[in-house]
Design a protein around this ligand. Structure first.
Ligand SMILES: Nc1ncnc2c1ncn2[C@@H]1O[C@H](COP(=O)(O)OP(=O)(O)O)[C@@H](O)[C@H]1O
Ligand SMILES: [Mg+2]
Length: 267
């Protein structure tokens, strides 16, 4: 908040020694252990790690959907106690659109819950859909849209809430490679325009390098932060540059080690 001196010094998101254990029929599963991390205002931070390492659990704890059983999550310096739709919006791999609502009405859904009137909802939704290349598609239903378009509608729905924080859990994971690359380029543009703080989850090295200011590599389960990498390269990034090649090799070394550990540790 402008004028609040704390906003200049506090991290937008802070995790203090957070941990999460799930109770399952075959016993407890320690998903995340002792994660401490600060995400800066307007930063694009990616959580990268092998499947099952606890990325979604960690993101869920930031979003207030998963209650940590150790440690604390702070949003703007305040302890988080659950979902906070004024500050945090989320996008998942499955766009989760309502099939009976048009693109426009899907985007306006959160606003409707907030009691925003129809004309204003339409205005906001159109303002988001147009620059996303969805002009002319606002009256279409999800089944009439391609996978990439559906995911853009889901992102527009999250952006409509106008939160300072956007959490994205493998949002392009179900898309083909070309669409995925284009969506990444498009997200870089969105990010520049909206100046949001974004925490992004992926298992793709390429995607992490193309998009992030910082990459947190996680260990295999229980997920901890193994290493943090800054990516001080301007956008759009040349993914064949020597700096990128070098970073990809470093990330791969770490991910490879963790993936092998996960395979060996698998039941
Ligand atoms: N609701 C749940 N109940 C029980 N176990 C879970 C639950 N959610 C996740 N897990 C387990 O916790 C671990 C981490 O899962 P998850 O956070 O989804 O990892 P990732 O997103 O990195 O693939 C996995 O072993 C998973 O099976
Ligand atoms: Mg996941």
């Amino acid at each position: 908040m402008i004028g609040d001196p704390r906003s200049l010094v506090t991290a937008q998101i802070e995790l203090r020694d957070v941990g999460k254990r799930y109770e399952t029929v075959s016993g407890p599963v320690l998903a995340v252990e002792q994660v401490s991390l600060k995400v800066r205002r307007q930063e694009f931070l990616t959580l990268l790690g092998p499947s099952g390492c606890g990325k979604s659990t960690l993101l869920g704890m930031i979003g207030g959907l998963v209650a940590p059983d150790a440690g604390q999550v702070l949003i703007d310096g305040e302890p988080s106690t659950g979902p906070n739709p004024r500050k945090v919006a989320m996008v998942f791999q499955d766009p989760g659109l309502f099939p009976w609502r048009t693109a426009l009405d899907n985007v306006g859904f959160g606003l409707e819950l907030q009691g925003v009137g129809g004309a204003r909802r339409r205005e906001v939704a159109l303002g988001l859909l147009e620059p996303m290349g969805l002009r002319g598609f606002e009256r279409k239903y999800p089944r009439e849209l391609s996978g990439g378009m559906r995911q853009r509608v889901a992102i527009a729905r999250a952006l409509a809430l106008d939160t300072p924080i956007l959490l994205m859990d493998e949002p392009f994971g179900a898309l083909d490679e070309q669409t995925r690359l284009l969506m990444g380029e498009w997200l870089v543009g969105i990010r520049r325009r909206t100046q949001k703080t974004i925490v992004f989850v992926t298992h793709s090295l390429q995607e992490a390098i193309a998009l992030s200011d910082r990459i947190a590599v996680m260990t295999s389960r229980p997920g901890r932060i193994k290493d943090l990498f800054e990516v001080p390269l301007p956008y759009p990034r040349d993914l064949n540059s020597p700096e990128v090649t070098d970073l990809r090799a470093k990330l791969w070394d770490q991910i490879r080690e963790e993936s092998l550990r996960a395979m060996e540790g698998a039941p």
